[in-house]
Design a protein around this ligand. Structure first.
Ligand SMILES: Cc1ncc(C[n+]2csc(CCOP(=O)(O)OP(=O)(O)O)c2C)c(N)n1
Ligand SMILES: [Mg+2]
Length: 564
């Protein structure tokens, strides 16, 4: 019997815990204390349960897409997040964000309130439906953005919640929980179920370790390639210990930017296909054995348009729940267990010692216009240990990722899914998830236009984010990814960005619009000193792009294929 139901029964409460309260309590036990969402009548019982919970606080967002991005950001820091939306209109607005979380392995519990069982049974024509008396039209759609789902009723609630939570934890991907509004208010029927904790099979783990150790011992050169999943699962310490025990160099893609301090002596640089430093490229492309820790994602962005030559037959991939060595897959082996086994290895030779690069020097004089060559070293100089940087898709992320950043800076970006607008609400979720760190949002103005309204939520809930908005008169990355940079669809409505915080209720925020390096330097100082949020609009050149983007511009055929 669950603890909540037991408490309700033993305390002699007339009314046992209802389904909605149970779901909120159970998710709180997963380490969640904020719930992002937008209210709606079918979801009222869920919203009420959150609002009356002493453990979980309701965080209202401007729309469900924003709420889903905020939940993704929160989950990246806390391991899991809760999102509540209403039937049809709400959940469908959230799908892009939840699907992105699925792609990038971020665990959102998406809880949706649906029309009552009674009205479903009577096939009533109800609002937020297609008017066809059918209520299952959207379940499959939302479920496709999750790795597990359940339609909850009072009898299955406890069992289904455990199944869903275990599956979501196993894959570190979203779960979809949908509850008819009358069932949400019904008492939970008790069931004798314990939480399922995913564990390795001991025999499989020993077998995997025997093969891995043999391959390590035989290899002339080994390189570790830690994946973004390490940070999603919160395994940074375990992975670093494994890499230090191995003593080999490690390389990351831009999805793992700053996973460990970039001054780590074993760090051999960022692998970006043919754009990598020659030494980095040689270390990983020439390695006898590549230990992929967590399943790196070799997509068009991380490989700079599939440039470079990685030999996948030399990879051993430690997945979340299996180990792959060539064509052999050893199942039921958890990543954290393999990492802790690796951490016990004794290196046969002295550890690799690279030459960590220092920060790029700050350049330019105060009266100069703000160029990209001057902007990115300034970000590096501005950032410090304890900052979490949230990078938006666009020229900014291609400018920041090749820039060496100070140790202790954490970076979050949505590289694979790449949905613009993600970073603004994600920064909000990240700031709420860990107020002990300073959250810094770096976004282009085009992306910001999609979700800027939740700057208001940042002010409302005291998330003191420092926001940098690069205003370069349109979609620069798109201009660069086309033969013709002047298509009008890459132009934007010219907003007065620096005035947004005030209009959105952030009266206390520091704001500035800067055109010169001197103004930028001043604004950065003031932003850092601000006790509330800060918002800096940076005026950049329409075609001034970081080198990585200029490289992509020269490889359009490789990225998109030749015209037929
Ligand atoms: C939801 C979504 N719509 C469209 C795109 C295509 N897209 C990718 S980057 C981009 C423009 C980004 O412009 P901006 O934020 O101004 O950054 P810049 O490159 O100009 O610095 C667009 C429209 C996308 N990735 N996601
Ligand atoms: Mg732009």
């Amino acid at each position: 019997m669950s603890e909540q139901v037991r408490q309700a029964e033993s305390s002699g409460m007339v009314k046992a815990v209802n389904v909605a309260d149970y779901i909120v309590e159970r998710l709180a036990a997963e380490g969640i204390d904020h719930c992002f969402g937008v209210a709606g009548d079918y979801a009222f019982p869920l919203c009420d349960a959150v609002d009356s919970s002493t453990k979980v606080k309701w965080i209202g967002c401007s729309n469900e897409l924003n709420a889903s991005y905020a939940a993704d950001g929160y989950a990246r820091i806390r391991g899991a997040a809760m999102l509540v939306t209403t039937y049809g209109v709400g959940e469908l607005s959230a799908i892009n964000g939840v699907m992105g979380a699925k792609a990038e392995r971020s665990l959102i519990f998406h809880v949706v309130g649906m029309p009552s069982y009674q009205n479903q049974r009577l096939r009533k024509i109800a609002h937020h439906t297609l008017g066809d008396g059918v209520f299952g039209n959207f379940v499959e759609l939302s479920a496709s953005a999750a790795c597990s789902h359940a339609v909850i009723n009072p009898e299955n609630c406890i069992v289904e919640m455990e199944r869903i939570i275990a599956e979501a934890r196993r894959n570190n991907q979203p779960a979809y929980i949908v509850v008819p509004s009358d069932y949400a208010l019904s008492p939970v029927v008790s069931a004798d179920v314990k939480p399922i904790v995913p564990r390795s099979n001991e025999v499989a783990l020993r077998k995997a370790m025997a093969i891995i150790t043999e391959r390590i011992n035989k290899a002339k050169s080994v390189v570790a390639f830690p994946a973004f999943t390490i940070s999603r699962l919160g395994l940074q310490k375990e992975a670093q210990q494994a890499i230090e025990a191995l003593g080999c160099p490690f390389v990351t893609t831009l999805m793992e930017k700053c996973l460990f301090g970039e001054s780590h002596p074993q760090f051999a640089g960022m692998y970006v296909g043919a754009v990598s430093e020659p030494k980095t490229r040689q270390i990983i492309e020439g390695a006898d054995l590549v230990l992929d820790l967590g399943g790196v994602n070799l997509n068009d962005i991380t490989t700079a348009a599939y440039s470079g030559q990685l030999d996948l037959s030399r990879f051993i991939t430690l997945g979340l729940n299996d180990v792959r060595i060539g064509d052999q897959v050893i199942a039921n082996v958890r990543l954290e267990d393999v990492l802790s086994e690796l951490a016990r290895l004794k290196p046969s030779s002295a550890p690799y010692k690279g030459k960590p690069q220092g920060l790029a020097p700050v350049n330019g004089s105060p009266s100069d216009k703000i160029t990209m060559a001057a902007l990115y070293p300034r970000y590096a100089a501005f950032l410090r240990a304890g900052d979490t940087v949230v990078l938006e898709t666009g020229s900014s992320s291609l400018g920041v990722t090749p820039t060496i950043l100070p140790d202790g800076v954490r970076v979050e970006a949505q590289v694979l899914w790449g949905s613009i607008g993600w970073a603004t609400p994600a920064a909000f979720g990240i700031a709420l998830a860990d107020p002990g760190r300073r959250t810094i949002l770096i976004t282009g103005e085009g992306s910001h236009q999609l979700t800027a309204n939740d700057i208001g939520a940042m002010g409302r809930f005291g998330a003191n984010v420092i926001v940098f908005v690069l205003n370069n008169s349109g979609y620069l990355i798109e201009r660069a990814l086309e033969e013709n940079p002047d298509w009008t669809y890459n132009d934007l409505a010219p907003w007065n960005y620096a005035e947004l915080p005030k209009a959105l209720g952030c009266a206390e925020w520091y704001t500035a619009r800067v055109k010169t390096l001197g103004e930028l330097d001043e604004a950065m100082k003031a932003a850092r000193a601000s006790k509330s949020g800060a918002y800096i609009e940076i005026i950049g050149g329409k075609m001034d792009m970081p080198p990585a983007l200029a490289f992509a511009h020269g490889r359009l055929k490789e990225m998109y294929g030749a015209a037929p």
